[in-house]
Write a protein that binds this ligand. Structure first.
Ligand SMILES: [Zn+2]
Ligand SMILES: [Zn+2]
Length: 446
């Protein structure tokens, strides 16, 4: 059974370009470029490569971000069914002080499909397909996403703030990070949202029967009454959506992981959701509360370097299976630090070439120990970059990552936590003397 959603799509199948995100034995997420003509993802305007993004046209840099964001979720979630994202970059409203940055969501919701965990409950398309192990509607993408080109094209839009197309670079003043924005919006498309009418508290209409719960809303609780949204009246849900501080996520995977928070967590392990009063349509309920510390990816407003400590766990709560992280395997281009918990890999980029950096051996033995590793790019005797991962669990309850290079070539460091699957990226743009990173909140302990 299927439900039409609020944002119908005009699909341009005849012009689509299919690009698969790096499948690492995980979910395959395919980006469907829905832009036609020389705009959006096809914009031929020449641009200089930026940190972690070697594209040389505006359109290619935009598309590279989408592919990287799709790869991120591909490596966190497991699914036997391909997920297609209908993506376009178009002019949306933008004034000097406010703009619609973009949006993404499921294209449909389904209930009572094969293997549906709960009867009479709405599941977003991608999740329904995964749970059913079959595409419910092969002709329709599972997620639709669109982002505003006006930030790049109209000087007065947001007073000149534009998209930053780097991945893992140093924050650029007067920009908004496009990579984090796409990661955030794709999570909504994967199911981080409710279809309850927040202005009335009413459940979404069933296809033929009475109104039905959606799987996200079933994990919401109003701590002041102890009631969960699935047991509330419409009026109680409407009130709960504005009960600042008391609207909680109660799913077991989030609760089990919530000790990483130093703010935004109830002693029970419940985690605060965004519930301002008055209601903020588009932001309320379907985001973590802004009080969460460290900042999470799915907060309603962009923050600097948000973490995904809980967002993936929330997707696990609503029914996604998490990808089992692969162990670290030491190799010429891979180092395993902190007893093998962290895998470090580095790629380099010149004006004409790219490649995988290799672990240094200054005079025979590998120049690494359990917490630091040196890398060469072009010649085994020529050091280019150092990476350290330090155990600061007794100091800040985190692992720290430091990187420093002696090169003006482009590079990208990937550090992967093999216990959680979390990955941090640090990168330097081609033609710039190496950025130095000191990330003291890189990974959570234990
Ligand atoms: Zn609670
Ligand atoms: Zn959002």
């Amino acid at each position: 059974m299927k439900r039409a959603v609020a944002h119908p799509l005009a699909l341009a199948f005849s012009f689509m370009l299919l690009l698969a995100a790096l499948p690492a034995g995980a979910t395959t997420i395919t980006i469907m470029n829905a832009n036609t003509g020389l705009v959006g993802f096809n914009d031929p305007t020449p641009v200089a490569p930026v940190a972690g993004n070697a594209g040389t046209t505006l359109g290619q840099q935009r598309l590279n971000i989408f592919i990287a964001a799709a790869a991120y979720w591909s490596n966190r979630l497991a699914s036997s069914v391909n997920i297609t994202v209908h993506a376009q970059m178009v002019p949306l409203t933008c004034a000097s002080t406010s703009a619609l940055l973009g949006s993404a969501g499921p294209t449909d919701f389904w209930s009572d499909f094969t293997n549906a965990p709960l009867p009479a409950t709405w599941y977003p398309s991608a999740l329904a397909n995964t749970l059913a192990a079959a595409d419910q509607d092969t002709g329709t993408p599972e997620i639709a996403a669109q982002f505003n080109t006006q930030l790049d094209n109209v000087p007065t839009c947001l007073g000149g703030i534009h998209w930053d197309y780097s991945i893992g670079g140093v924050a650029v003043p007067h920009t908004l990070p496009f990579y984090q924005t796409v990661l955030h919006e794709l999570a909504h498309g994967l199911g981080f949202l409710t279809v309850v009418d927040l202005t009335t508290g009413a459940l979404a209409q069933g296809q033929t029967g009475p109104p039905q719960d959606d799987v996200f809303e079933l994990f919401l609780e109003d701590h002041s009454t102890g009631k969960t949204w699935g047991t509330m009246t419409n009026l109680e849900r409407k009130t709960s959506a504005k009960d600042t501080g008391d609207l909680h996520w109660t799913g077991p995977h989030v609760v089990a992981a919530s000790s990483v928070l130093s703010a935004g967590r109830h002693p029970s392990g419940h985690v605060r959701m965004y519930a301002p009063s008055p209601l903020e349509l588009g932001s309320s309920v379907a985001h973590w509360d802004t009080v969460l510390t460290p900042d999470e990816l799915l907060e309603p407003f962009a923050t600097l370097n948000p973490k995904d400590e809980l967002t993936t766990h929330l997707l696990n709560d609503i029914g996604w299976t998490l990808q089992t992280p692969a162990p670290c395997v030491e190799g010429a281009d891979a180092a395993c630090l902190q007893s093998g918990r962290f895998e470090v890999k580095v790629t380099w980029e010149t004006a004409t070439n790219t490649g995988a950096a290799q672990v240094m051996s200054f005079s025979g033995p590998r120049a690494e120990n359990d917490e630091s590793v040196f890398w060469w790019f072009f010649s085994p005797t020529n050091f280019e970059l150092g990476v350290k991962v330090l155990n600061a669990c007794s100091l800040t309850n985190t692992f720290w990552v430091f990187t420093s290079g002696l090169t003006d070539q482009g590079w990208t460091v990937h550090v992967r936590d093999t216990t959680t699957g979390a990955t941090q990226i640090y990168s330097n743009a081609l033609g710039h003397l190496s950025s130095t990173f000191a990330d003291t909140s890189a990974f959570s302990c234990p």
